[in-house]
Each structure stands twice: as structure tokens, then as C-alpha cells.
Design a protein around this ligand. Sequence first.
Ligand code: PMP
Ligand code: GLN
Length: 392
Amino acid sequence: TGPSTPAVMPTIYERTTAAAIAHGAINLGQGFPDTEGPDWLLELAARAITEPETGPRNQYAPGMGLGELREAISAAAARRQQVTLDPESQVMVTTGATEGISASILAFARPGSEVLTFEPHYDSYGACVALAGARLVGVALRGPEFRPDLDAFEAAITERTSMILLNTPHNPTGTVFSTEELTRIVELARKHDLRIMCDEVYEHLVLSDARLAHRSILSIPGAEEVAVAVGSAGKSFSVTGWKIGWITGGAELVSQIRGVKQFLSFSSGPAFQWAVAQGLEDDRGFFAQNTAELEAGRGLLRDGLQELGLAPNRAEAGYFVVGNVSGVTSLSAAAFCRVLAEEVGVAAIPVSALTIQHLAAPTDELEHLVRFAFCKDHATIREGLRRMREHL
Ligand code: PMP
Ligand code: GLN
């Protein structure tokens, strides 16, 4: 099979936001904070554009990214994950994590091969695997807390498998993979000569009562030869519109991904890169403050969903909580979400839209799951819950 074009339909996120606007619904669908990023970071970016005292910041940046930012990413990896990365060869800035994901997939998913991931999965994985002319194969995260079943994962590896796509902390479940789980996956990749792209965009958003600390795939011995990690300044600093991300990993792998990236965007906005470099060097307490705020939002949303009978999961990291609607309706999650947006005035996302099965028949469990975003201000979450209480 040759490369194929993904559906031209707007993504589930864009459709959900459009439906929210059309119906005046509270948007607990698309995952973006409804605050701006920290003032000091915004001021740094503004200064980099209009008073670029440290050098020009409005023309093309180097393809690999600004030296200042690559140094800051490398220093943060050493500090937070005890991972040593040469900023020159093992760190590349991308236009959002989205580009890091697509460039990695286009670099490593051989046409006609299979790419293995856990379900549900972030929607761009399936689209990019299709663009690469490969086929995505999914293994469901299991049980009320969505843990990976590694025996099933291993059993899904075939001689056609070329690549593994991981996401920890995970969207939409908040699952943080353990060191043992990551170690086993790295061993499988080495044994079967597979490449790993590990999407770590929520690395700075692990909430304080999480059972497991986030470990980067690159902290696992032997990972460097087979794996790259993807990060996002948009998620880390609540500036999702800036579209600054990065990939890190072994120099050979990074170089292959660079070969793809240079023909996708060539380079990424230097003023934003410069500001993000300062932020990673010194976050001025932002990460702690942000996770505390997210935790409060999650508490509010979980309690409300619990009361409504939607049995929310723990949601240990990230922006989302997953509820199960089977106790309150016989509708599928997709149909429930339509009613919720149009009649109740709350937009949310059916988890079935984040699976391979949304093209065919969803599995029983996934069919009832709905993702709600808690990265919203408390008044918004309260109003969303009030509307649901009124109708459900
Ligand atoms: N991966 C996951 C799991 C996400 O939830 C998102 C959405 N932020 C992205 C990647 C894309 O990140 P960015 O906005 O930096 O492109
Ligand atoms: N990552 C965000 C989410 O999961 C949305 C990003 C997008 O709209 N592409 O909701």
C-alpha cells in the first residue's frame, strides 16, 4: 500500500470546539487552558520580537533550533531525569510536539509496516502513520485505571512491526507508565529492532498525588539507541498557541528525524524559542503553581462527575478525566456527547474518537467513555457541572 491521505474532516478537537461555539456550550472538550501563560514568559517573547537585544529574533532560526533552547532542554533533562544529552546533536526544536510526532513517524514507520500503540491514542498518530503508508495497530489500556497489558502488547508485535508509539503521561487517561513498564517496552524494541517515539508532552503536568513519578523513556538503560522523546512548551507553560516542541534521543535517530523536519517546517519561531529557553532554565515556580491549579480543577470536576454517576478515573496527570456514561444512559459516548453539546450545553469528547475503532466498531468498554478537560477555570467547570446536574 502506498501513502494515503488522512480524512480531510477537521479533527475531533476542532469539531468539538466549533460545536461548543455554535451551541453556546461550556467547552470541556479541546485541551487548552483558558488562561494565558505566565506574564513574565509572555513579556520575554514580546521583548524578543520588538527589542531583540540578544540578536535578531524575527528571521529563520537554525533548523535544529536556537542554541539557547537546546542547551536549556538538555539541562532540564539532566536535572529532572538524570539523562545526559549533547545539545548539538541530541536535541532538536520542533514546531509543536505535533511536528516532533509526525517527523518521527515519517522517519521510522516503513511503508507497508505496522506501528504499534496503546488505545486510546492521540489522534495525530493514526493520521501520520497513514501518511507514512503504514498501518496503526492498537492494544487497549485496561481496567478502570487504564494500565498497559504488556503481554498483549508483546503478542501484537509481528515481523511487519517497525515502530512503537508511546504516550506517558497519557492523553486522555492520565496514566503514568512505570519504570518497569518502560523497561520492558525498551527491551522489546531492542529485541525486535523497533524504533520508539515516546510522547511526553505532559511531563510537567503530573499531579501531586500520582502513584508514579514520570520517567522519561530516555532514562531507561539502552533506550537511547532505539527511542526518542517528544516534549511541548505549549503544554509545559500553558502557551499552546506558540507551537514550540522538541525531540531528544540518540544522535543518529535525531539526525534522521531532522532530515524529515527540514522539509516539513524547516524551522520554528525564534522569539518563542528564546522565551521558552529562559522559562526552562528558571520556571519561577510556574510548574508547581500550574500543577496545583490543575489539581484543584481536577478535584472539582471529578467530584461533580462522581455525583452525577459518571465514575471518573483517577487522572494522575495532564488535562483530562475519563468518565463512564453506561450508568446513566443507554446512548453510546459519541451520541451522549452530541446531546451534551446540543441540549445540555457542555462539550466533551467521546474516547471512541481517539481509537482506531472509530473507523469500525468500537469495543464495548470504549464505547461508553467520555473525556472531560479540567484545564479550565473553576467558574467554567462549575457551570458545566451545573448544566449537567440540571439535565442528567
Ligand atoms: N501529544 C499529545 C498527547 C497531546 O495531547 C498534544 C496536544 N497538546 C500534542 C501531542 C500536541 O502538542 P503541541 O501542541 O505541542 O503540538
Ligand atoms: N491536545 C489537545 C487535546 O488533546 C488538542 C490539540 C488539538 O486541537 N490538535 O485536546
